[in-house]
Design a protein around this ligand. Structure first.
Ligand code: ZN
Length: 113
């Protein structure tokens, strides 16, 4: 292998490494976006479940006089878990975004409701 071939190979390798690095950065951004979207959908789903449970709770009591009530609501637990994992659960544009280690008063308000 002569010197010019070595330099050519090095340049080729460097370009491959840069390409891999770019792909890695893009994939990381995509992953963060997907996780944030997933969390937003999860929170929305919990909110809807809470609404449905509130709607159905009185009917359940009437239909079930022996007191076999549905399990207590656990949606607050799930929200608390998501917050603990580092995501915003407050409404607004931060909804589902990563908190990046910062506490959020709006989130804490949602949890204390
Ligand atoms: Zn928040």
């Amino acid at each position: 292998m002569n010197r010019s071939e070595i330099f050519e190979k090095l340049a080729h390798l460097e370009s491959n490494i840069n390409q891999i690095n770019n792909d890695m950065v893009n994939l990381k951004h995509l992953t963060v976006e997907l996780i944030e979207e997933n969390v937003a959908l999860q929170v929305e789903n919990e909110n809807l479940k809470t609404l449905i449970d509130k709607e159905e709770a009185p009917k359940k009591v009437e239909n079930n006089k022996k007191g076999q009530l549905k399990k207590p609501l656990r949606s607050k637990d799930n929200l608390a878990m998501l917050y603990k994992e580092g995501f915003h659960i407050c409404n607004g544009e931060l909804f589902g975004k990563h908190r990046k280690g910062d506490d959020c008063l709006f989130c804490l308000e949602v949890l204390s409701e």
